[in-house]
Design a protein around this ligand. Sequence first.
Ligand SMILES: Cc1ncc(COP(=O)(O)O)c(C=O)c1O
Length: 354
Amino acid sequence: MALEDPRFLQYGTPQGDFHLRSWIAERSASMGITARPEDILVTSGSQQAIDLIARTFVGPGDYVLVESPTFITALDILEGRGAKLLSVPLEAEGPRVDQIASLIERYRPRLMYTIPTGHNPTGITMAEERRRQLASLARRHNLLILEDDSCSEFAYDADAPPAVKAFDAGGHVALVVSFSKTVIPGLRVGCVIAHGPLMARLAESKSLGDRFTSPLIQRTLWRYLSAPQYMRDLTGARETYRRRRDALLRTLKEVMPAGVKWTHPAAGFNLWLHLPDGIRAAEAFEEGLKEGVACALGDLFLPHEPPPAGLRISFADNPEEVAAEGVRRLARAIARLLSRVDRGEQEAEFVTTV
Ligand SMILES: Cc1ncc(COP(=O)(O)O)c(C=O)c1O
């Protein structure tokens, strides 16, 4: 490619390759979004987009709304900016949007970080009506929304609802998209879709940060995305993850002791296991390790409140039979802890002061 066109070896522009941005603009129409190439900034992974938005719009002491639990790296980035995090509880339909208005009135937050589709770590997908409400709250209160989407191409039961950005009439939503799951994480390409002054400031930050993302990598990605093979690969990957999700849900139902509950993800790569009363996530995690199985400890994904008794199980990486064996072992570990709870042995942890 460099021989074909030596410009790929030269400095690029902060917003990125025009062909790639045109492709993204066209594809984003399927998420209900109207975007032109000039509304798109290519970043080095979507993580850089999150970081750029945080460093451009959030300063020390600013309040930021986050779903609880949420993506651990976003928490670290926001805390790194000195933000004060305000938790919005999550339920099956998505974040409690009804609580957001009063939080906004009380704290005047700068930003809300949300993962509406295939939420990490819970697997929850926000209902369309809540997306609409969130966009309208943002407009009414001049709140910036950082919408993180790495999973809407991986919706298993029906198409994912339109993005929050699709309801953004006033330019308050910056939508961050990743190519790590749809293509490969090793390319380090993501993007942010934002309009007007938001985009202008983000492009300036990108230019000051790492100037631009590799033109050679961007054009390579565009060649792949615009070839028919991409859609075939994406459909195949979606099928693989759907099978893995279904198999995981079946095994959980077969082997988990009574009292253990879990989410049923319609998109993404994760589900959240709610542990029964009396069992802490850290204990279940440790007991699982004794069986040779590990999953992510729920406590890690929390802004600041007391840890819920939960674990994240990812179905992205393991073939069905490996995941099934892992879940059987985790079920054994949890059953052992439950029998100790029944016998009252958990009290032993609270040592009497003498
Ligand atoms: C919710 C969420 N956002 C962002 C990212 C970062 O993705 P990228 O590889 O594009 O930086 C991840 C990675 O797993 C993720 O789960």
